[in-house]
Design a protein around this ligand. Structure first.
Ligand SMILES: C[S@@+](CC[C@H](N)C(=O)[O-])C[C@H]1O[C@@H](n2cnc3c(N)ncnc32)[C@H](O)[C@@H]1O
Length: 264
């Protein structure tokens, strides 16, 4: 079965997008929180960094862990990573799809990361398959960390795209075009506090990629249903941990989830 959305993969293989991601260097607030919480265990960990892009997370995690493998289904992203971070005995990169990690043995990693909403590029019908693959390669008790767009944020996102008055007619035109593209591309999408999941062209990657947006309480429920335990959630902007009871109203643009594979 082919789980890959080839048009999305083609976009992540384009040189402009690869260059964009290869320039990114900083960790996001939630990633900083998570890195510091895991810090004591990292030197003993074998880590799989999925959807590694241009290696933004490589520069922070690879030096901290025992073994680091970065994968991406975009061949050009992997070429860029190898140029920026030459492979050595403890760090390597491979082309691989999150939905099909057959190149990796069962229970072979202590930490799997899928950062910056990469999982949301996977069509909704294949998302559980990707999570199952990530669980398969994790050792019992090991950590899964990923982020996902928050459907509670969509109304705010739409408001923010509304063009504001600008002295520059060129800028006004650009903003108006962006807003109208959002409205047209998402004309059949409904969102609001009652919607738990939406598939949206939010404007990232020049409106070329539809992303899953999911309400954090629903994402946490699904992780528990997959028998993942100790599910924690962190806001993208504040980096703060949310109590599970607050997940339903969290309105940060995306959320980071940290959970563990159950021991048998
Ligand atoms: C939003 S970018 C984030 C890149 C990088 N993690 C960062 O934080 O800068 C998403 C990345 O996930 C990769 N990706 C998306 N779906 C994937 C899949 N099914 N398997 C592997 N990589 C995937 C894309 O090629 C892209 O490099």
């Amino acid at each position: 079965m082919n789980h890959t959305d080839t048009s999305t993969r083609d976009i992540y293989n384009s040189s402009a997008i690869v260059t964009h991601y290869a320039r990114a260097t900083d960790l996001q607030p939630a990633e900083r929180t998570i890195l510091s919480r895991l810090a004591g265990d990292l030197p003993r960990m074998e880590m799989l960094d999925i959807g590694v892009g241009g290696g933004r997370t490589t520069r922070h995690f690879a030096p901290a862990v025992k073994q680091y493998v970065g994968v991406d289904y975009s061949e050009r992203m992997i070429v860029a990573c190898r140029q920026l971070f030459p492979e050595n005995g403890s760090r390597r990169f491979e082309v691989a799809d999150a939905c099909d990690l057959r190149g990796f043995r069962d229970a072979s990693f202590d930490l799997v990361l899928f950062s910056f909403n990469g999982i949301d590029c996977i069509p909704p019908q294949n998302r559980t398959q990707a999570l199952r693959e990530m669980m398969r390669v994790l050792r019992p008790g090991a950590h899964l960390v990923f982020s996902a767009h928050n459907s509670n944020y969509l109304a705010q996102h739409q408001r923010r795209l509304r063009p504001r008055l600008s002295r520059s007619p060129r800028r006004m035109l650009k903003l108006t075009k962006r807003y109208l593209t959002f409205q047209i591309k998402n004309r059949f999408v409904s969102y609001g506090p009652d919607v738990t999941e939406a598939f949206v062209f939010d404007g990232a990657e020049r409106f070329g990629v539809p992303f899953v947006y999911i309400r954090p309480d629903e994402q946490m429920r699904r992780l528990r249903a997959l028998d993942l335990r100790d599910v924690q959630m962190f806001g993208s902007d504040t980096g703060a941990e949310y109590d599970p009871s607050e997940a339903v109203t969290c309105a940060e643009p995306w959320a980071y989830y940290v959970c563990r594979k159950s021991a048998p």
